[in-house]
Design a protein around this ligand. Sequence first.
Ligand code: ADP
Ligand code: ADP
Ligand code: MG
Length: 507
Amino acid sequence: MTQLPFKKILIANRGEIAVRVIRACREMGIASVAIYTEIDRTALHVRMADEAYALDPEPSADSYLAMGKILNIAARSGAEAVHPGYGFLAENGDFAAQVNERGLVFIGPSPDTISLLGDKMAARTCMIKAGVPVVPGLEQRVTDIDAALKNAGKIGYPVLIKAAAGGGGKGMRLVHRADEMEKSIQMAMSEARSAFGDDRIYIEKYIARPRHIEIQVIADAQGNTVHLGERECSIQRRHQKVIEESPSPVVDDDLRKKMGETAVAAAKAANYVNAGTVEFLVDEEMNYYFLEVNTRLQVEHPVTEMVTGYDLVKEQINVASGLPLSFSQEDIAWNGHAIECRIYAEDPENNFMPSIGTIGSYVEPQGPGIRVDSGQDLGGEVSIFYDPLISKLVAWGRDRNEAVSRMRRALNEYRISGLKTVIPFHKAVMDNADFNRGAISTHFIADSMAAEDIAGDVDPLALKAMSIMTCLMDYKNKGAASSSETRATEIERGMWKYCGRRKSIGR
Ligand code: ADP
Ligand code: ADP
Ligand code: MG
């Protein structure tokens, strides 16, 4: 059943991923519909979309989750399909079903597939049946302590208690010894109940110093399923990725083929259509174990796009409209190396708490091999309501060394003032010896980074004072009588000049 590509798509999201989808729509000649809350009224995704509709007047974390309202806007705007991005409603099977019931197309897998794979226990069972290697552990949910102790003993401590409905790095609890089990189970269940409204938990072996390596898959409705290689996402904070790259420094052609075929088998076992990610943990002996499937576009999809040359969002839209994939497994070739740094507005000196505020000045890096997927620009507002991701900075090079040196250069060019960002943290990673050797695991930050590298080495107050002084001296020397606005710009410029100088002396 081949349909015409859509004429109009509603994007049920905000920030950089909404902007990313709008760009794909524009290239395809498809009109885009944005939604927004009051606080996002002037946000980049709203300005870039062809049409924009207001959700709740009150800023709230829940607004972009208002299914009924979003579906009414979709109907009012005449959109034929809904792209959910990631986060919010992207992995909500009920939402996908409601989109379909309204006669619209959900750009993602079927509601049944989303619901199956969203349940980590059901997903494990499905994968075991399909012969996919899973992390050793329990297939049944844990309810009684005796069974838990018996099984944990068999698996071997330490073990990880996981919430069936967990996600976003939440809902996991490490148990080192048998005498911690009872209390851990109680706490894990009550946490899961309050965070996900579902207290089902299970036990998995805790893999020591694993790598997180995931495979991008995409499938069409005609039954073609292909993989686009791996992404290494081992650099994590609180079980959430902060830096991703493709290819992985440790995956060779043989392993890529093997993991790719396993991921394709996993997708087929779940009747998967559209783009998705099969996540694996890889242990120190290079054994890989299925972790979960993310039934959506992934935050880190750009690194795959950079090395394969395919536009995953366009492919998602085409597949959802009923078209077959435009390529087969044999067509896919990997070229060079890509790295992504997630640029969060977070304060590395304050335990990476979100840094709330308005973006005062904003200049993105440019030049060879650089891609910036951002959802913010000058005057952008980082609030407590949403994820503090400002942008994703991606660098491509012919090999890993060139990608790293371009990333280092681009991080130095990036200018964001008005709030704290994790740019100093990323610079420290790019200079880290273990990172440069590719010797990384999910414990990289704890194992390989010094405290001062994580916190950054510049005292912001001293920096500001010094830069203002430098500026005033420049100003005095020039003797120019400029308006207060030019003076402000000059102060800003002086500040960055000083910042650059101090860095080059420091390193
Ligand atoms: P990725 O695997 O693509 O890196 P993340 O785990 O970082 O994805 O999550 C992407 C976004 O989705 C983040 O904003 C995260 O907070 C959100 N998210 C993921 N899973 C859930 C969940 N189960 N509940 C709520 N938010 C989630
Ligand atoms: P989420 O749904 O929150 O993304 P995942 O199951 O994908 O949860 O796990 C997220 C991260 O937690 C992994 O990338 C890894 O760092 C860590 N993790 C999960 N399971 C294990 C395990 N069994 N052993 C060691 N680390 C694990
Ligand atoms: Mg995951």
